[in-house]
Design a protein. Sequence first.
Length: 211
Amino acid sequence: MRNLLIVGLSLLVLNSWANLPDPVKEFYKNAPQVNGRALDASYQQQAQIAMNYYPELSGKKIEFVRKDLKTTMASLPKLDFLFRKKENRRYQIFIDTKVKASKGLLLSEVPFNAQVGIIGHELGHVVDYENKSAVGILLTGVGYLFHPFRKKLERKVDEITVAHGLGYQVHEFSKYVLNDPHVSAKYKKYKRKIYYKPKQLSVLMQGYEIY
Ligand SMILES: [Zn+2]
């Protein structure tokens, strides 16, 4: 069964980077809600917080979809991107429903603040897609099959996330995954190989005045 959750990113009509919210070290579940819309109740607040840091995605059609995945979350344009104008593209952010053989984690298993981080990372992928043509997206899909390309892309997306002000949250997600005793050594090794490690994220954050 899948839950289709459509989120209208119309909360903010801000376009300037100068208008990004300041980074916050830690978000808590009882943080005030921002005009919640149709996202599933359990992740709504987390997604709203993350979306506030991506004002340029305001008005974009982004669906949150529950699906059995090989990773915690993933983002893709809907397949009709090939036939649509860039401004009419639709995106899907998938949330894993089942963890196989201690591989990875479910979104529900990580702390609230880290949930904001990984959702922020997925929105970073959308920003990356937004900067690409349809052919560019196809090439990204092919390149993703190869680890060197995947590593470059995932790091670029972490950089986008940090630049948008969600550095503390991505850092917490990374740290959590690498330290969780339920996550297999193999998966941790993969994470360390492809993604920025917590220390590298800290160094990256130091390069931005906002932190
Ligand atoms: Zn990613």
